[in-house]
Design a protein around this ligand. Structure first.
Ligand code: ZN
Length: 390
């Protein structure tokens, strides 16, 4: 009997050690790799005409969740979708690095509550600081600190943009140097830990864009994928006022229709949607109606079209360009932009080094070169150059 107990104890210890080695050693990389699939691997081939045009563009992307995955942005990765070497290869000038602080188990676009917390387990497996386990604000500031650290270790190749002057200086330098600019955004105002004062904390860490909600309704506003899908709460209004005073951009990606209406009714500055699709080419509740597109464009803002299947109902550059064409027909080419959602646990047709494929697909959609320049980045750069803090 004693011997059996002994053997059972040994087996138990081996199993526990095995689990810990897997959880802390292999699981984070495995999850990052399996959740961020690239359908067609680089290198990418495009026509001479597309290549020549693409090399002249200032490309900007409003959304990538790369900071969630704990890899060195300065090193070229075989996994994931964005890093500095591939951004430079794709001739990307500006990349938004958006931070996810909590996401529900069984995430879907119809109905999620806030009871589960996948990012808790990811943070634990990545051995993030203990305070990140209990505070969503800390999870956000920790990821921001990592972007600043990557920039500091990039030999000047990665520059974090926080002000109008940062952007001007960056664009000047970029005329002669191969560099990329990053700016920080947040997916969902649960990152405030329920305190609107934390807008200032996030601003001080460099965040310049935030959405009221991500996959579940928050204390600030309802999500398109939440349970109740309500609009802005009183706290949410206070948050929008505070963000506008700080010159942060309000992002309506993932917002419920009621939240979209409430934000638009009170906004005094341009509104952005960092990553979305349009119902005109992909009709589901993740995506925007024609009326919503028009109302957002009216604020002087931009709408970033996503690269994944639920956004554009297809998995090719041409499907992305088709959604861009539809949006541009509704609101004009000067309000449409790119919002890839790279590294956002999505499957995409190419990684960031393949952005020229979109330039080629936009040529196929009969956009003029000036329109392509606007869509690929000009519109985003205009909004930032006019609306970042001084
Ligand atoms: Zn998202």
């Amino acid at each position: 009997m004693k011997k059996i107990l002994k053997i059972a104890a040994v087996i138990l210890v081996v199993l526990i050690i095995g689990f810990l080695v897997w959880f802390f050693g292999f699981a984070p990389a495995y999850v990052a790799d399996s959740r961020n699939e690239v359908i067609n691997k680089p290198p990418y081939r495009v026509s001479e005409k597309a290549r020549a045009l693409h090399e002249k563009l200032l490309v900007a992307d409003l959304h990538a969740d790369s900071l969630m995955w704990n890899y060195d942005l300065n090193e070229r990765q075989r996994t994931n979708q964005v890093d500095v070497p591939r951004l430079l290869e794709g001739n990307v000038a500006l990349q938004a690095f958006t931070v996810v602080t909590k996401s529900p188990r069984g995430m879907n676009i119809e109905r999620n509550d806030d009871k589960s917390d996948n990012i808790f387990w990811l943070a634990l497996a990545q051995r993030q600081p203990l305070e990140n386990l209990s505070s969503l604000t800390k999870r956000a500031t920790w990821q921001a600190a990592r972007l600043h650290e990557y920039a500091a270790n990039s030999n000047g190749k990665l520059v974090v943009i926080k002000t109008k002057k940062d952007l001007r200086d960056f664009l000047e330098r970029r005329k002669t140097e191969k560099i990329v600019g990053g700016f920080l955004g947040i997916e969902g105002a649960h990152a405030l830990d329920g305190r609107t004062e934390n807008v200032d904390v996030l601003f001080d860490m460099g965040f310049r864009m935030m959405s009221p909600s991500h996959f579940f309704d928050t204390e600030m506003g309802g999500s398109a994928h939440g349970i109740e899908k309500y609009g802005l709460t009183e706290k949410g209004r206070e948050m929008v006022r505070r963000m506008e005073a700080k010159k942060m951009l309000v992002d309506l990606a993932h917002a419920s229709p009621a939240t979209i209406d409430d934000v638009l009714a009170m906004a005094t500055r341009p509104i952005v949607v960092s990553h979305t699709g349009v119902r005109g080419t992909c009709d589901n509740q993740r995506n925007l109606s024609d009326e919503q597109l028009k109302a957002i464009a009216k604020t002087g803002g931009v709408i970033g079209i996503g690269f994944w299947d639920t956004a554009v109902c297809g998995e090719s550059a041409q499907h992305i360009a088709r959604a861009i064409r539809y949006a541009a027909n509704i609101v004009g080419a000067d309000h449409v932009a790119l919002g890839s959602d790279f590294d956002g646990a999505v499957r995409v047709p190419f990684d960031t080094s393949g952005e020229a494929l979109i330039t080629e697909a936009l040529l196929n959609e009969n956009f003029t070169e000036d329109e392509i320049a606007q869509i690929m980045g000009g519109n985003v750069i205009k909004v930032l150059s006019e609306n970042l803090p001084d």
